[in-house]
Design a protein around this ligand. Sequence first.
Ligand SMILES: [Zn+2]
Length: 43
Amino acid sequence: MAYICMHCSKETKTIEGFVRCVYCGGRILLKSRPNLQKEITTD
Ligand SMILES: [Zn+2]
């Protein structure tokens, strides 16, 4: 499962038993929904 870091907005994966952003070390992460595609439409 992937997570989105609240600090740097990058996507990071969970390390086993250890949820932290691998980029900035932030510990505030949002769960990235598996079915949510990164498609943004601007109609
Ligand atoms: Zn981060």
